[in-house]
Design a protein around this ligand. Structure first.
Ligand SMILES: Cc1ncc(COP(=O)(O)O)c(C=O)c1O
Length: 394
């Protein structure tokens, strides 16, 4: 049966993590895998999460099946979190999924069911899993211009010029905030222009929101998304709680469909049920119940927001100190982009040779392509990191 299968290729990010763990040097720095770390290098369980888990354990009475849509309180809480006050709210359905990855796949399958010839447009570059997920659903994939490697910012003019050519057969996948892997954000004006283009030309916006709260704050990070959702007739949204609740391994996400009418959104939900039924059937419950418990308790919600704010502050402070140190040691402003980027990542443009040398000579681990996870740094490591980067000639 399996004799013709090729030898599996190593996942580049996970294998970097394995190499990091095996490295005996005690001054090693891991800026690879995309998980938030505190100043001590740990990915902590948030205190609001621990409190919610204690409450849930005390209340738990059953582990019986919960249904195709998952936890109803969670679905409502996610809709409230993302779309309260929005014109789209009353035309939306939410369905709990195994992580945003599960939502991306389910929504891709939904597009393939509704419009098999659709093309999904991804930013160049985009989250590494976007292309395989869309293609696994049988969809065509194309790329729109996004990142300008010279300025390290979004090339909005070129991007909008391309998007202006999309029509009803096209789906435009956007990162809600904190773009992975570049860190370069769309301006609010760009979100406004995209909204006008979607209204005029009829393409379907599809937003992937994996880092809410990691940029400028919970509301600020979805300002563009909220504007878009408020105006367009239809929208798809995949959202993750891996980062903003630190629930990476609990696989808690949500798929939201905004329909032209509530009936159409409800029909889409029926299709999503069918699609879920034939693959994983029901999503795991624990992560979603933690999120629902937090969002529905004013005390836990305040605690969670406070912790998330602290994480955002830490990342912004790391960005500032990193840019300052680079500017000081290199005597130039060319690294100021670290403060303009948002969230955990910055695409540095370091070459393959640079990243190899950083790993071999300085025990600094960065993924090929030069994406740095800012949140992997401790403040006191910044001078050594900068010194090493300049020593290898970035
Ligand atoms: C842009 C983006 N979307 C989706 C995901 C997947 O998130 P989840 O852990 O919820 O599946 C990630 C995770 O890194 C991501 O960066």
């Amino acid at each position: 049966m399996f004799e013709d299968l090729p030898i599996a290729k190593d996942d580049p990010i996970l294998s970097l993590g394995i190499a990091y763990k095996a490295d005996p040097r005690d001054n090693k720095i891991d800026l690879g895998i995309g998980v938030y770390r505190n100043e001590h290098g740990q990915t902590p369980v948030m205190q609001a999460v621990t409190a919610a888990q204690n409450r849930l354990l005390a209340q738990q009475t059953t582990q019986a099946y919960i249904g195709l849509a998952g936890n109803a309180e969670y679905n409502q809480a996610m809709l409230d979190l993302l779309l309260t006050g929005n014109a789209a709210y009353s035309r939306s359905i939410a369905m709990q999924t195994p992580g945003a990855s599960g939502a991306l796949r389910l929504l891709a399958d939904l597009i393939a069911s509704a419009k098999p010839n659709a093309t999904v447009w991804l930013s160049n570059p985009s989250y590494v899993n976007h292309q395989p997920i869309m293609q696994a659903a049988g969809l065509k994939v194309a790329f729109y211009t996004y990142f300008n490697p010279a300025s390290k910012q979004v090339d909005e003019e070129a991007m909008l010029e391309q998007i202006a050519k999309l029509g009803p057969n096209d789906v435009l996948l956007l990162h809600g905030c904190c773009h992975n892997p570049t860190g370069a954000e769309l301006s609010f004006t760009a979100w406004q222009s995209i909204t006008e283009l979607a209204l005029k030309n009829g393409f379907l916006p599809f937003v992937d929101l994996a880092y809410q709260g990691f940029g400028q704050g919970l509301e600020e990070d979805i300002k563009g998304l909220s504007h878009l959702a408020n105006r367009v007739p239809e929208l798809l949204l995949a959202s993750s709680n891996s980062k903003s609740f630190g629930l990476y391994r609990e696989r808690s996400g949500v798929a939201i469909v905004v329909g032209e009418t509530l009936q159409q959104a409800t029909n889409a939900r029926g299709k999503l049920f069918e699609l879920a039924r034939r693959s994983y059937t029901m999503p795991p419950n624990w992560g979603a119940s933690i999120v629902a418990e937090i969002l529905n308790s004013s005390e836990l919600r305040a605690q969670w927001e406070n912790e998330l704010n602290q994480m955002g502050l830490r990342m912004r402070s790391l960005r500032k100190n990193l840019a300052d140190e680079f500017n000081l040691q290199s005597n130039s402003e060319r690294f100021s982009y670290f403060t303009q980027h948002q969230g955990m990542f910055s695409l540095t443009g370091f070459s393959h040779q640079h990243t190899e040398q950083l790993r071999e000579q300085h025990a600094i681990y960065i993924v090929g392509g030069g994406r740095i996870n800012i949140a992997g740094l401790a403040q006191q490591q910044i001078p050594r990191l900068v010194e090493a980067c300049l020593a290898v000639g970035v």
